[in-house]
Write a protein that binds this ligand. Structure first.
Ligand SMILES: Cc1cc2nc3c(=O)[nH]c(=O)nc-3n(C[C@H](O)[C@H](O)[C@H](O)COP(=O)(O)OP(=O)(O)OC[C@H]3O[C@@H](n4cnc5c(N)ncnc54)[C@H](O)[C@@H]3O)c2cc1C
Length: 439
């Protein structure tokens, strides 16, 4: 028989100490609510182990008793993988495993425990003159174990790859409490199957990551950042090709943003002014990271060519770090701003790069057929073929009624994605939200 809450709390308390076990409603609440507030189930308890041995003991106990465990990192996941599925689980928070153990600047490697926040890992790398290039708007809370378990992407995948590409090794506790000792910093190791690549992106289904070895890169000397006006997603794609040809591996970001997202932010005071002097139906945010001793002005030169060829109608290069941050704030607020205008239906999809314009065109048309007046706000990592294909409710519509029809919009968009050979989850994972879609 499955243990009840009292027995569970007692067993976990013996492993971790009673003060690291949470079962009262108020102390459990933060572990149960997730950023999009779609999944609301209770749990037998939450527990925050303080060592790998404690994680192992929890897993061994749960395995023996038949209790399901849900690993939780920073609880920023957007598909509900980090909160209970049935209400009968124990949440295992990794937040106490937060030591950066080794940073080797010469080798360009960092070993961190799973509960280290991405921001803290980035800061440690920076202090050593290195770059940990994984970068997400949630990096202040998201943890190393979480970003690896979701194989997170973010804004620099174009140049450095997803979390998987940055991971050299992991240590993980398996479901029965055994330890997978794969915390290698080797760049080359062809001794058979690479099990870390199964654990990365597994969303906690194959084990609990307790530590990881990550790749670091030389820190760029400077970043050149611009927001440009383009007529269409197809125009953005042409510009992307030009940028990639001219900047090569130093092109670290190429993000697409629609006019509506800018207008919403202006309307609600989230930005003070239009990003460029003249309004445009689409913008691209482009960033080139100049290596130490690298040539200056690569971005500006490429934009001059683009302006001359009519690919771009206007462009502003950030004159300062403060301006650069403003550009990025505009991009990072694209999702959040939609909540200021009522309900929104979201998709995190990817297609082959050349198909991005068709995705946006055909997806917009399909959604408009399903819900007349629906307002598309597709934005995101154009350079990776990953669009956050979001839709705001029609002006004046009833938000609840709009959301009641979300499935129809999902089906319409995902049908286009499937037709174009894409993925229904580019970077957020499957979690609870997309289990049906996965099939
Ligand atoms: C504002 C915002 C912006 C975001 N931007 C991006 C983005 O640009 N790109 C992107 O890819 N994602 C983005 N995300 C979602 C992204 O998945 C998470 O931010 C991050 O990768 C999850 O890390 P976390 O520590 O919060 O994990 P959690 O949310 O706690 O967990 C996520 C999943 O990983 C599992 N898990 C967590 N820790 C472990 C562990 N130690 N071992 C095994 N399994 C574990 C959980 O069970 C769950 O299935 C964003 C989220 C927010 C809220």
């Amino acid at each position: 028989m499955l243990p009840d809450a009292t027995e569970t709390v007692s067993a976990l308390g013996q492993i971790c100490g009673a003060r690291h076990v949470f079962s009262e409603a108020a102390e459990l609440a933060p572990f149960l609510s997730e950023p999009r507030r779609r999944f609301h189930r209770s749990a037998l308890a939450a527990v925050a182990p303080g060592s790998v041995a404690e994680v192992q003991a929890i897993a061994a106990w749960a395995n023996e008793k038949g209790v399901a465990l849900v690993p939780q990192g920073g609880n920023t996941g957007l598909v509900g993988g980090q909160v209970p599925f049935t209400g009968g689980e124990v949440i295992v928070s990794l937040r106490r495993l937060k030591t950066i153990r080794v940073l080797d600047a010469d080798a360009g490697t960092l070993i961190a425990e799973a509960g280290v926040t991405l921001h803290d890992a980035q800061s440690a790398a920076d202090a050593a003159g290195q770059l940990l290039p994984l970068s997400l708007a949630s990096e202040g809370s998201a943890q190393i174990g979480g970003v690896l378990s979701t194989n997170a992407g973010g804004v620099q995948v174009l140049a450095y790859g997803t979390a998987r590409a940055l991971c050299l090794g992991v240590k993980a506790v398996l479901a029965d409490g055994r330890l997978y000792r794969g915390l290698s910093t080797l760049r080359k190791d062809n001794t058979g199957y690479d099990l870390k690549d199964l654990l990365v992106g597994a969303e906690g289904t194959l084990g609990i990551i307790t530590a990881a070895a990550l790749r670091l890169f030389p820190r760029p000397e400077a970043r050149e950042t611009a927001i440009v006006n383009v007529a269409s997603p197809a125009g953005a794609l042409t510009l992307f090709r030009l940028m990639r040809d001219r900047a090569g591996a130093t092109l670290t970001a190429f993000e697409l943003m629609p006019r509506l997202g800018v207008e919403i932010q202006l309307r609600h005071g989230m930005i003070g002014r239009d990003p460029t002097p003249s309004p445009s139906p689409w913008h691209a945010l482009i960033e080139v990271s100049r290596p130490q001793g690298g040539r200056q002005g690569v971005l500006l030169e490429a934009l001059e060519v683009a302006l001359g060829a009519g690919m771009v109608s206007d462009a502003v290069v950030a004159p300062s770090e403060a301006a650069r941050r403003e550009f990025w704030a505009l991009r990072e607020q694209m999702s959040e701003c939609q909540s200021r205008e009522g309900a929104s239906i979201k998709h995190d999809v990817s297609v082959p790069l050349a198909a991005v314009p068709r995705l946006i065109e055909e997806g917009t048309a399909a959604a408009a057929r399903a819900v007349p007046g629906i307002r598309p706000v597709p934005f995101g990592h154009m350079g990776d073929g990953n669009i956050h294909f979001n839709f705001s409710q029609p002006v004046g519509a009833d938000g609840e009624a709009f959301m009641a029809g979300a499935e129809v919009v999902h089906d319409a968009v995902h049908a286009v994605v499937a037709r174009l050979g894409g993925s229904i989850s580019a970077e957020h994972g499957i979690g609870q939200l997309k289990t049906g879609l996965l099939r």
